[in-house]
Design a protein. Structure first.
Length: 156
């Protein structure tokens, strides 16, 4: 990663965040929205969460129900814990590895939910078409993808 990147590992082993205020504000606005989306009785029933809680046994409702009963609450709790970390550190200039990992998970979850809402596929063009009605949301999706790449690079 370039030395001037927005997130970089320091010699101490923590991570320096040089994020613009607009990025921090965007995340501060999106995190509560994701939290509200996760606060449903049955996340697998919400189509916007299908990428966060994918079906493990599509052809066996009994096994699927058993699987959900074992993992759904834990998956949701892990996601909420990561959201808590991001909210608590949104203005931080430095994060430890566990905190940055929580950021990575939250940003990925935001991307997955937004990508589901936008019906984004792997074949999507790199640039959002500014003429589309959902151009702003697609630009946010692309920016979240960029942030995720930066975080993964910093953690590598």
């Amino acid at each position: 990663m370039a030395r001037g990147g927005p997130i970089r590992r320091t010699r101490k082993g923590d991570f320096e965040l040089r994020l613009p205020d607009g990025t921090r504000q965007l995340l501060a606005n999106l995190v509560p929205q994701l939290r509200a989306t996760l606060d449903v009785d049955e996340p697998s029933a919400d189509p916007t969460l299908r990428r966060l809680f994918p079906t493990a046994y599509p052809d066996d409702p009994t096994q699927e129900a058993e699987y959900r009963s074992m993992v759904s609450d834990d998956l949701r709790r892990r996601r909420i814990d990561a959201l808590d970390v991001v909210e608590a550190t949104i203005d931080a200039d430095r994060l430890d590895e566990a905190q940055l990992t929580a950021w990575m998970h939250t940003i990925n979850d935001l991307r997955l939910v937004l990508g589901t809402l936008l019906d984004v596929s792997e074949d999507e063009p790199a640039e959002a078409d500014p003429e589309l009605a959902d151009a702003d949301a697609r630009a946010i999706y692309q920016y979240l993808s960029y942030l995720l790449d930066v975080i993964v690079d910093a953690l590598s």
